[in-house]
Design a protein around this ligand. Structure first.
Ligand SMILES: N=CN[C@@H](CCC(=O)O)C(=O)O
Ligand SMILES: [Zn+2]
Length: 413
């Protein structure tokens, strides 16, 4: 017996079990007058209604999409979902001209969220994250990656990973949560002027303690944070401990983060506002997903990452929000799409691939989510509209009518 049948749909989806690279990113399958049949949370059939297998509709929920667009659920593959406190003062300082890195270097920025997070209970961190998850679900997000990185000592990092684990294993969850250990987010105040001491603590204590408690290891590879040699040491230790790798790379200055991500076989390198041409070429060659975060460039008033150069080099580009309490306090999928189209030269089709199949690849899940195909999990979005081009055109506004996670309606408007 089928659990969910959607009739009269306009299916719009990338196709495949691996990231779409270069000009493949603009190729979407578009099926008008379509039916989707879901059984036990898995897509069983998708195609023209005339080709659908005859099925009993008893005990199935049947949705008439009335011609509306159905997309794969969006995957937000880079967020800092768990954090204590807020930093509105910092926003004002930045608007008055102070730089993000200057605020960080005088003990604000990431360290101020570390101070707040260390004092927060795991239960409170979870409750706060749930509020943001509800907003994400309304915008069609069905998988979110969540990083630790505001603990920066063993106990507090493990508390953050525990919060992520509890969200990820909640049987009533509205979306899937992918866990990333970001103990290398900054050098904490206890180790000021002693980066080597903190790197040693990470290698000898924190990485072994986090082993098996997160799927990915991430690092802020940046001038005056973790530079290339320290990053390489940490990434090697994390890879040896069984983590898959991600990097915050070339965000503020051109440092060679993209090259290092390629050398280390990272799954993704993220930000890349100041990536070198050689870094772009290496990422394309080694199949490292370029996760671009336009809301951060927008919020920091920095130039946008060179999406077109990546795509023209044959790389796979993903888009994500970078929701965090500092550099980018926004989880807006609609604005991400609009900025990518307006300022980064991406087509609507490319932004859809970047937020679905390529974002799935950025969390190493392209074989199970990210497209509407038989065998994949039924994570689906129904738009209010019958034309997917409404997404960037309705600038910054939510086009999602219904979100379906694992075959279950988790949001409807
Ligand atoms: N740049 C480093 N990390 C985060 C910001 C963290 C913060 O400011 O709290 C980012 O991805 O933008
Ligand atoms: Zn980040």
């Amino acid at each position: 017996m089928s659990n969910l049948i959607i009739n009269n749909a306009t299916i719009v989806t990338p196709v495949g079990n691996s990231p779409r690279r270069g000009n493949e990113m603009s190729r979407l399958a578009i099926i008008p007058h379509a039916t989707v049949i879901v059984r036990d949370g898995i897509i069983e059939f998708v195609g023209p209604t005339k080709d659908a297998p005859s099925h009993s509709q008893d005990e199935s929920k049947v949705i008439d999409a009335e011609g509306r667009v159905i997309l794969p659920g969006f995957i937000d593959s880079h967020t800092h979902l768990i954090f204590g406190g807020y930093r509105p003062d910092e926003f004002s300082w930045r608007m008055s001209g102070e730089s993000y890195m200057n605020i960080m270097q005088r003990g604000g920025g990431i360290q101020s969220t570390v101070n707040a997070t260390r004092h927060e209970s795991c239960d409170n961190l979870i409750a706060k994250a749930r509020w943001f998850i509800d907003r994400m679900s309304e915008m069609g997000v069905t998988t979110v990656e969540a990083k630790s990185g505001y603990g920066l000592d063993t106990e507090s990092e493990l508390k953050m990973l525990e919060a992520i684990h509890r969200l990820a294993t909640d049987p009533d969850r509205k979306l899937d949560v992918v866990s990333t250990f970001l103990g290398a987010h900054a050098v904490p105040k206890e180790y000021k002027d002693n980066t080597e001491g903190y790197v040693n603590l990470m290698i000898n204590e924190m990485i072994p303690a986090a082993k098996g408690k997160a799927e990915f290891f991430d690092i802020f590879t940046e001038k005056n944070v973790f530079e290339i040699n320290d990053s390489r040491r940490l990434l090697n230790a994390a890879r040896d401990a069984g983590f898959k790798l991600k990097l915050h790379a070339d965000e503020i200055v051109t440092l060679g983060g993209a090259e290092l991500a390629s050398e280390m076989g990272a799954v993704s390198a993220d930000h890349l506002l100041h990536v070198s041409d050689e870094g772009i070429r290496m990422m394309a060659d080694r199949n490292v997903v370029a996760t671009l975060l336009p809301l951060t460039a927008f919020s920091l008033k920095e130039p946008y990452a060179p999406a077109r150069k990546f795509i023209d080099a044959g790389a796979a580009v993903a888009l994500a929000t970078d929701l965090n309490p500092g550099s980018c306090f926004s989880g807006s999928i609609p604005l991400t799409i609009a900025l990518a189209c307006i300022y980064m030269g991406m087509s609507v089709e490319e932004t859809i691939t970047a937020l679905t199949l390529n974002a799935a690849a950025a969390v190493d899940r392209a074989d199970t989510i990210g497209s509407i195909e038989p065998g994949k999990r039924a994570d689906l979005i129904i738009l209010h509209f019958d034309n997917f081009r409404m997404l960037p055109y309705y600038v910054g506004m939510n086009c999602v009518k219904t979100t379906i996670f694992n075959g279950r309606i988790v949001y409807d408007s």
